[in-house]
Design a protein around this ligand. Structure first.
Ligand SMILES: [Fe+2]
Length: 268
């Protein structure tokens, strides 16, 4: 049996991990979705459990094997507490299991960054991704790079590893692609939406996203699915496109291996 041994260096510490769960990564065309709004009735995503189950069926057909549910966590909103988040995730898992849907679910949040975020993270009021040290953070589309940079620093100061949600949506970053390299260099991770790459938000966003892929700056591609129609979890077209254009190794890394490292709380 093949057991993968990896060395992880962080802050001068070497961690050795052997994890046979990564064996599944050998299956081609499997994907893990780290950003979606499939949890029912908690945000502007799935409105009820039937919709959530339909979305999971679509995800399964698209080769998605694991999903981290990331309902919005926003200031001035009724947010789902981490304990409710875990319990709703378990309930949905139970319903999916009953229908024979072969997807493993985990809880998380998409955090709309605010002045309270660092304090809320430190107080354990926000769900990290699958209970790891990774957090998915979004910003207002017109936030300046300086604001994003400062936010990343504060999240890191709180002891978490920020993943920037749909980096292709921030106008200042899109106008200055080198900012993405700066974010990467400061230890930040980059997520792009599959729909953006496939042109659902126009040529400019698609072109920018592909430029990031070409430079190897993308760590994750996710669906950001909200429903069963226009914003469904249909990632397979994008997976095929990335495999074809940028190579299967890179495809496997950003659709499966990196997300699996998040689930296992391993350094990427
Ligand atoms: Fe989202």
């Amino acid at each position: 049996m093949f057991v993968e041994l990896r060395e992880f260096r962080r802050n001068g510490v070497i961690r050795i991990s052997s994890d046979i769960r990564n064996l599944k990564a050998n299956d081609m065309q499997k994907s893990i979705d780290i950003h979606c709004h499939i949890m029912p009735g908690v945000d502007d995503g799935s409105r009820d459990i039937e919709t959530s189950l339909q979305m999971l069926k679509i995800a399964e057909k698209n080769g998605i094997t694991h999903v981290i549910l990331t309902p919005h966590h926003k200031p001035m909103h009724h947010n789902v507490s981490p304990s409710h988040n875990r319990s709703y995730t378990e309930q949905l898992q139970h319903a999916a299991d009953k229908l024979g849907i072969d997807i493993k679910l985990y809880s998380g949040n998409e955090i709309y960054y605010s002045d309270e975020t660092q304090e809320e993270l430190e107080a354990g009021k926000i769900s990290t991704l699958a209970g790891s040290e990774y957090v998915l953070v979004e910003f207002h589309p017109t936030n300046t790079f300086k604001a994003i940079h400062n936010a990343v620093y504060r999240v890191q100061s709180a002891g978490y590893m920020p993943i920037i949600a749909h980096v292709e949506r921030y106008s200042d970053v899109v106008s200055h692609p080198s900012y993405v390299e700066e974010l990467r260099d400061m230890g930040c991770y980059i997520q792009v939406n599959s729909s953006s790459i496939m042109g659902k938000y126009g040529f400019g966003i698609s072109h920018f996203s592909k430029k990031l892929l070409k430079k190897g700056l993308v760590h994750f591609i996710a669906t950001d699915a909200h429903d069963t129609a226009k914003r469904a979890p249909d990632i397979l077209d994008c997976r095929n496109y990335v495999d074809r254009k940028f190579g299967e190794d890179y495809g496997r890394k950003i659709f499966y291996d990196n997300p699996m490292s998040v689930i296992n709380n391993e350094i990427i």
